[in-house]
Structure formats: C-alpha cells, structure tokens
Design a protein around this ligand. Structure first.
Ligand SMILES: Cc1cc2nc3c(=O)[nH]c(=O)nc-3n(C[C@H](O)[C@H](O)[C@H](O)COP(=O)(O)O)c2cc1C
Length: 200
C-alpha cells in the first residue's frame, strides 16, 4: 500500500508531524508512507482564467492521485482545522479534485486533552463536500491528547494505550483502502455494463 501523509500545519515544531513520522516508521512493513508538507503552498486564491496553477499544487495533486490513500494529521485551531490545511484543500477542490473517491484516514494531536476532536469533525465535513468527495474511513477517530509528552527522543509513541489504538486503526484503514478500491472497480464495471445495455 502507498499512502500520502499530509502534515496539516505550517508549524516547525509540530506533534502532528511527529505522529506521521512515527507512523511512517512503525508501519513500514505494511505500507509505504510519504510524509508531505503543505507549508510551501501559496494561500488559496481563485485563479484567473489564464493564470497557471501553482507548481506546488500540481505536485500535491499528482501525489494524491498516485497514492492508494491519504492520511491527514490535523491540529485544532479555534475549534477548526488550521487555515493552511483548509487552503490546501481549497486548491485541490478548485483544480484537480484529486481527493474524489480517495480513501482518507484522519488523525490528530493536540497539546491539551481533547486530541483535536473538533478539528477532526470539521475536517470530515469539509472532505465530504461535493468537490472533495473523499472516502473518509467511517467510525474511526485517532485523538492524541497531551501530545507534547507522547514521543520519546527517538520519535517513538510512548503512550501504550494510544499505540494499540493506532495499530488497530491503521489495520482497519489498510482493509478499508482495499474494500474501497473493490467498490469503485465494481461501480465502474456496472456503469460500463449499463452504457452497453442502453446502446443495444
Ligand atoms: C491559533 C491557535 C488556536 C488554537 N486553538 C485550539 C483549540 O481550539 N482547541 C485546542 O484543543 N487547541 C487549540 N490550540 C492548541 C493546538 O491544538 C496545539 O497547541 C498544537 O497546535 C497541536 O498541534 P501541533 O503540535 O502539530 O502544532 C490552538 C493553537 C493555536 C496556535
């Protein structure tokens, strides 16, 4: 499996980034995870008809399209996702719509106890919009509270209960990715079959 893991912040010292870096190492036998930074993307602005899509946006779109699924780690800013993450999603929705039908796992870390729960609910709502239309893994939440004490010096997640939870969620996500891909294949086949029936 090949996943793109988006760091949902432009902060240099981010525990959400640490979480994705840990996942990249910890699940390396099950999946190839690329940790991707959105901090260099320009703020979204509706482009003119003849203006080019920024290179970084094209790069992100291509990486999403080439991945079997996407993992997004979001902090919580004022009960919502950070502006930099919203802006990146706006670029995708307005240009490539690369997230359409893409399996997505949402995770998040916060310094407080709630682990970015409100931001994650916000992100679900955004990803469900018609121009993004991602396949968000249902009934799953990975909330890492007290994230400043969650990693040791080597970057290992040291909260044993959270580690077990993360392993379970990741296993489910790999399964969800496979099931979603099967579902979309069937959907495409049905569509093709219907087209032929109409043509007869
Ligand atoms: C502008 C701003 C707003 C924040 N608002 C919230 C909030 O509404 N709820 C919350 O739990 N933490 C809030 N925080 C704290 C962050 O979730 C936390 O400090 C940190 O960003 C966690 O992610 P990180 O380690 O990846 O940066 C806020 C932080 C900033 C900078």
């Amino acid at each position: 499996m090949k996943y793109l893991a988006i760091v949902g912040t432009n902060s240099d010292m981010s525990t959400n980034r640490m979480l994705l870096q840990f996942m990249q190492k910890h699940f390396s036998a099950e999946a190839e995870i690329e940790v991707y930074e959105i901090k260099d993307l320009p703020a979204f602005m509706e482009p003119d008809e003849d203006s080019e899509v920024p290179e970084k946006v094209t790069e992100l779109s291509a990486k999403i399209l080439n991945a079997d699924g996407v993992i997004i780690a979001t902090p919580e800013y004022d009960h919502a996702i950070p502006a930099v993450l919203k802006s990146a999603l706006e670029w995708i929705s307005y240009t490539s719509q690369a997230l359409t039908d893409k399996p997505v796992l949402i995770v998040g870390a916060s310094h407080g106890t709630l682990g970015s729960s409100r931001a994650q609910a916000h992100l679900r709502q955004i990803l469900d919009s018609p121009e993004l239309a991602a396949r968000i893994m249902p009934s799953s939440e990975f909330l890492l509270g007290k994230s400043q004490g969650a990693f040791d010096i080597s970057g290992k997640l040291i909260y044993a209960d959270k580690l077990l939870e993360l392993e379970e969620i990741f296993r489910e996500f790999v399964l969800f990715t496979k099931i979603t891909s099967k579902l979309l294949e069937e959907k495409a086949l049905n569509k093709k079959a219907k087209k032929y029936t109409w043509q007869e």
